[in-house]
Design a binder for this molecule. Structure first.
Ligand code: UGA
Length: 459
């Protein structure tokens, strides 16, 4: 019989909401707290708030059962064994992570703590944050023996968040106290001993396997660094393959063949070697900057991270130059755009390279008609409808009378487009694909000029 833990998750964003739903799914009693009452009301009323596969199903299964929603952190604190802090840590002007939300939550927890509780950092935070949380609680009058602070970074990806949470490559628990580490071990036991999979998990794993997840116990500071180092390393892999793709373009080699050849070496691995228009999203750009900033503050030379960032920025500009060289001049050109989200499978447009490119194109005098299967509603806030910006009901409408069609997000469903229909709708038969979704031969076979990333251009 698994031990049921009473958990509070503070924050109902991507990480908080997914974690809360998944903790309930593996058998715990969970309260998801947010200080935005309208969000709480919406969640209580049956809304999901974010586009995430399997999340609506989990919320429906556990809402009003093991999963409660509340705006009252005081009440939640009083009844919890563990409190996960999953609030935002946005980038400040200096590149550092802005930890003011984390501090505010820690102060509020301090005011309501009545019994021993494990405070867990779930948000991505720089090394030493656990110490600041500890000091914040002590400064607010909480005795040292009443709490421990543990780092339990989250590695889920948007779009596959629920699957990643329930079928993780690893669970990292950074704790300097055994008692606190034991609470975390009990929370994750259904995943680490595999008992969760004995039940009826409706959520298939990445390879449809129900392998128990390994748990790694480390010091708190190591766990904090593991999170930043992992994201920075993945960003480095992407920048590396983007730089290689530029070399491929200069030599007429094919980056896909190069990436396959590299990836078959198990020391390198084939994942995160897809070139494109640069990484985006709410994590990699912010986390690479924050990790660099941590190194700077500690006097450690990590200028490699600057290169990762500058290759990423250059990759976007390079795609803009490709559009310009395909169309000669940009002023007055009408462009169809497929994709607004920072990657396929999500409605998240934060730090999306697609949005940045559209803004640059509009500045250069183009008009844009865009389509995204999930990101259009959020995109309206940053790219309102105007004389130069419009939205289409589907991909074919976006292509209508356009001088070229741009593919900026890797949505699976774009791979199934009828290229003959696209060609008929376009004014000029040109497709610039920033995500390498098609085989160049197929597109050129349909009579379209096709420009992609790191692969020989097909005419
Ligand atoms: C990333 C990490 O992958 C997660 O492990 C981590 O938990 C999360 O950040 C976080 O810190 O919260 P996410 O930002 O959701 O997850 O998305 P990714 O799938 O990592 O993609 C990030 C960006 O890299 C996207 O713009 C994507 O298009 C781009 N990318 C990814 C590439 O350009 N090439 C690739 O081969 C892979």
């Amino acid at each position: 019989m698994q031990k049921k833990v009473r958990i509070t998750v503070v924050g109902s964003g991507y990480v908080g909401l997914v974690a809360a739903a998944c903790f309930a799914e593996i058998g715990h009693d969970v309260i998801c707290v947010d200080n935005d009452q309208s969000k709480i009301d919406a969640l209580k009323g049956g809304a999901c708030l974010i586009h995430e596969e399997f999340l609506p199903e989990l919320l429906d299964r556990h809402r009003n059962g093991r999963l409660q929603f509340s705006a009252n952190l005081a009440e939640a604190t009083a009844g919890s064994d563990a409190i996960f802090i999953a609030v935002g840590t946005p980038q400040s002007d200096t590149g550092d992570a802005d930890l003011s939300y984390v501090e505010a939550v820690a102060s509020e927890i301090a005011r309501h703590l009545t019994h021993y509780t494990v405070i867990v950092e779930k948000s991505t935070v720089p090394v030493y944050t656990n110490e600041w949380i500890r000091r914040t609680l002590e400064r607010n009058g909480v005795e040292r023996g009443m709490f421990d602070v543990v780092s339990n970074p989250e590695f889920l990806r948007e779009g596959t968040a629920v699957r990643d949470f329930l079928h993780p490559d690893r669970i990292v628990v950074g704790s300097d106290k055994q008692e606190a580490a034991d609470v975390l071990s009990a929370i994750y036991a259904p995943l680490t001993d595999g008992t969760y999979f004995d039940g009826e998990s409706a959520i298939p794993g990445p390879l449809n396997t129900n392998t128990p997840a390994p748990i790694l116990h480390t010091s708190t500071k190591s766990a904090e660094i593991i999170k930043h180092a992992s994201n920075a390393f993945l960003a480095l892999k992407i920048s590396f393959i983007n730089a290689v793709s530029n070399l491929c373009e200069a030599t007429d080699a094919n980056v896909e063949q190069v990436a396959s050849g590299m990836g078959l070496d198990s020391r390198i691995g084939g994942r995160f070697l897809r070139p494109g228009i640069g990484y985006g999203g709410s994590c990699f750009p912010k986390d690479v900057a924050a990790f660099r900033s941590v190194a700077d503050a500690l006097g450690v030379d990590f200028s490699l991270l600057r290169e990762v960032e500058s290759i990423n920025i250059e990759q976007q500009k390079r795609f803009l130059r490709k559009i310009r060289s395909a169309l000669w001049t940009l002023r007055g050109k009408k462009l169809g755009v497929l994709g607004l989200a920072f990657k396929g499978g999500t409605d998240d447009i934060r730090d999306s390279p697609a949005i940045a490119l559209i803004q640059m194109l509009i500045e250069e005098g183009c008009t844009v008609c865009a389509f995204d299967p999930a990101g259009m509603e959020r995109a309206h806030a940053v790219l309102p409808v105007s004389a130069t910006m419009s939205y289409a009901a589907d991909a074919y409408e976006a292509a209508m009378e356009a001088d070229a069609l741009l593919i900026l997000t890797d949505w699976d469903e774009f791979c199934d487009l009828d290229l003959n229909r696209i060609k008929l709708n376009l004014r000029y038969p040109t497709v610039l694909d920033g995500r390498n979704l098609f085989d160049p031969k197929t597109v050129s076979g349909a009579g379209l000029t096709y420009v992609s990333v790191g692969r020989p251009t097909a005419h």
